[in-house]
Design a protein around this ligand. Structure first.
Ligand code: IMP
Ligand code: MG
Length: 182
């Protein structure tokens, strides 16, 4: 039986660290958005694991919705240019407090383009919750309002993040062995 764990060079964020952080973020969001009309917007597919955990760590009522976006000219490991909406939200944003749920804020290009697009739909607020951030890679002037962990400038997989659509189901965040890319 093939075990994906063998492809991992080292673990950056363990399952337990993720669990503790999600609980912390859920508590903070529940406090900050009490009495508001909170809508969690998951950016597919990378944020699906984080979304499923985070929504259960939030104790106030909230809605959920999903979006698929792609960056023009982007490939597997780089992101450039503007964002294109492949699958839009199902619901109206007016009067809602939107919290974008993301796997990783890398260059920031995707969200720096998406946030103004969502703001044009008249929500009460738009903020960002990212489980990971790579501050050294930032090109756009954008930071998460809620953040899990800073990671170094390495390509990471697991907890929703993929390499070539694989490794999303690893329960921790790790770095692949170099030979996997070759
Ligand atoms: P951006 O550069 O901030 O626009 O990042 C856009 C998307 O690239 C993220 O939401 C991820 O889906 C993907 N991405 C960025 N860095 C990594 C990584 O290290 N591993 C896997 N996916 C990544
Ligand atoms: Mg993503």
């Amino acid at each position: 039986m093939y075990d994906m764990n063998c492809d991992i060079d080292h673990v950056l964020v363990s399952e337990q660290q993720l669990k503790d952080k999600v609980a912390e973020l859920g508590a903070a969001i529940s406090r900050d958005y009490a009495g508001r009309d909170l809508l969690l917007v998951s950016i597919l597919k990378g944020s699906v694991v984080f979304m499923a955990d985070l929504m259960r760590a939030i104790t106030i009522p909230c809605g959920i919705d999903f979006m698929v976006v792609s960056s023009y000219g982007g490939s597997n490991t780089t992101t450039t240019g503007l964002v294109k909406i492949i699958k839009d939200l199902d619901q109206d944003l007016s009067g809602k407090d939107v919290l974008i749920v993301e796997d990783i804020l890398d260059t920031g290009v995707t969200l720096s383009n998406l946030v103004p697009m969502l703001k044009m739909r008249n929500p009460d607020s738009v903020r960002i919750c990212a489980i990971l951030s790579k501050p050294s890679r930032r090109q756009a002037n954008i930071e998460p309002d809620y953040k899990g962990f800073d990671v170094p400038d390495e390509f990471v997989v697991g907890y929703g993040l993929d390499y070539d659509e694989k490794y999303r189901n690893l329960p921790y965040v790790g770095v692949l062995k170099p030979e996997i890319y070759e």
